[in-house]
Every structure is written in C-alpha cells, then in structure tokens.
Design a protein around this ligand. Structure first.
Ligand SMILES: [Zn+2]
Length: 271
C-alpha cells in the first residue's frame, strides 16, 4: 500500500522550471535514466557530471520559442512524470549592420552552395553522439572584448532581418583560437556566410562553432583537447570587420553560448 502511494505521488508530482527564448536550460532530475519528451523531441537524460545518482537534461529553447507553458514528460523505466517549462520573453538589443551586398542578396550561382552548407550544418547539429567528451566546464575560445552578444535583433543593409546566433569577440587577424572543450573536429571548411568555419562535437548533442577564421590548425576527425589552438581568427564570410563568432548548439538549436557555459560550470560546482 505504501509503495502504491509513493508510486502515485511520483506520477502526480509536477516539476516546473522557468526559461527564456534563446536560453537553453539544464534541468536536474532525481535519476539518470530515460528521456524527456519536449514537443516532438526525445531528449536523453544524461548522468549528472558530479553526482552519478542524478540526471540532467539540456532542454533546447529556440530564439523564436513562443512565450507560454510547454508540457514535458520524463519517460523513465516504468514511469511517466509530467514536467513543465514556462517560457518567458528575454530582452535582446537591436543592431544595424552594413555588410557586402553579396552576403545579403547572394548571386544565384551561389544558392546551391548555400543550400548544401545549410544541410551539412543541420545534419551535424542534429546528430547525437552518445559519448561525453566535455568532462569539465567550457572555456572561452579567446580572451577578448565581446563586441556583440547572442540574441541581438539584426538588420543587414537596411533589409535582411535576422538575429545573432552566437557571441562575437574582438580578434585582430591572426589571433589563435582555442578549443572550448575536449571533442572531435567534425567540420573545418570555408563556407559562404560563416567563412573559415570549425565545428567541434563535444558529445551528447553539444557542439561549439568558430566562424570567420583565416587558417585551420586541425583536420576533420582530429581529437582536440580543451585550450588547444585550433585556428587563427580572420575576417571571412558575412562580416563587418575581423572578429571571432563563437556559437554553441544543443540538440540542433542555437543556444546563448555564454549562458549555457555558465549553466554547465554550475553543474561542476554542485559537489
Ligand atoms: Zn557573430
């Protein structure tokens, strides 16, 4: 009887969190098993890095997520637990940028290349590698001033409206760029919008991205250690001047990299 009451209580217990559009959220669960169903995504529950008896789930919250409640279900062996996430609207600044017109209205012969690069990136970011390479907090890839934060609403050349999907660091060409954490190089390529681009797979759905580079020190398939120089900064792709664009992806969604890095750091402090 007592067991039954505990079981029923565990079913009706509703765990809830607050989140903001663009700020992916790490939640801690009482055990490291199962998945969290969020919209049509099945998010693996991971082992908490400092307490193996607990689970974590990194919930991707898109920049364009609509404010309101999202119902989640934690599906663990023999049990389904309802969870809820209340999305609120984050406040982001606006920016007006002037770039080469070919980077706002690409020439028709570039469209195939742009589509191909978009598909390649989509496939990389949506691949879940079931290995954890990030066994410590992430570090910044360069110690420098931030010139543009994640989430700024952007207007390019007075027409194209977009938002900033990463954080920009001031970087005179050529400044060494460091791997933010251990991982595998999954892309090192010159691309139309992001210029010289490196993507690192850190495992468990987490990727970091480094754009506008002028030189690569690594190849696809290389294992890199945190702090290892991977490239030199540059001014390639859609830019207003030399800088490093640093991004972080989780389960295919662009996260605010500095915010997610801070949440991950807190997991390692929670001993
Ligand atoms: Zn940027």
């Amino acid at each position: 009887m007592r067991l039954l009451i505990v079981f029923l209580l565990s079913i009706v217990t509703l765990l809830g969190w607050d989140g903001y559009n663009g700020k992916s959220l790490i939640i801690t669960l009482p055990s490291p098993s199962g998945t969290v169903l969020m919209n049509d995504l099945n998010i693996s529950v991971l082992v908490h890095p400092t307490d193996r008896t607990k689970g974590i789930a990194i919930l991707p919250v898109d920049y364009y997520a609509i404010p309101g409640d999202i119902n989640l279900t934690w599906i663990s062996p023999g049990k389904e637990t309802p969870l809820s996430l209340n999305i609120q609207k984050a406040s982001y600044p606006s920016e007006i940028l002037n770039v080469d017109s070919s980077k706002v209205t690409p020439p028709p012969e570039m469209m195939d290349r742009i589509d191909r690069e978009r598909t390649e990136a989509y496939n990389i970011y949506n691949h879940f590698t079931p290995i954890r390479y990030w066994n410590k907090p992430f570090i910044r890839p360069i110690e420098s001033i931030i010139t543009s934060e994640y989430g700024s609403a952007r207007i390019y050349n007075g027409t194209l409206k977009s938002y900033h999907g990463g954080v920009d660091f001031r970087a005179l060409t050529p400044t060494p760029i460091l791997a933010s954490n251990d991982g595998i190089i999954v892309l090192a390529q010159e691309r139309y919008y992001s210029g010289g681009t490196i993507i690192i797979d850190h495992g468990e759905g987490l990727y970091t991205c480094y754009f506008h580079l002028s030189h690569f020190d690594v190849n696809v398939g290389d294992f890199v250690n945190q702090g290892q120089p991977i490239a030199l900064s540059g001014a390639s792709g859609r830019i207003t001047g030399p800088h490093l664009h640093f991004g972080m992806m989780i389960h295919g969604i662009q996260a605010d990299p500095l915010d997610l890095m801070e949440q991950i750091s807190r997991l390692f402090e929670a001993i």
